[in-house]
Write a new protein. Sequence first.
Length: 95
Amino acid sequence: MPPILSLRHYSHEVLSHSHDHAQLVFGLAGELQFEVDGQGSQVLRHHLAVVPAEARHTCGSPRGSQCLVLDLPANDWLERQLGQMPGLAQMSSTS
């Protein structure tokens, strides 16, 4: 998987794909036309799009846009990184 947090610039080129991890797409500038599993929306400044794992999503930005993208690792990533900690299972199950 690429870096977990990345700054991405989108243009008029339409991208369409899916992947095995979830993503959070935070709008920083411009307007990103966004579709997840057939549901269309826009990611504007200070707005967020949630992309579930395995979801087909398509995006493009005719005038250009900039977004901060958080690629969420597998559900057990936090536990693998930090080891077993009291309360960790409870935190994971509530999200």
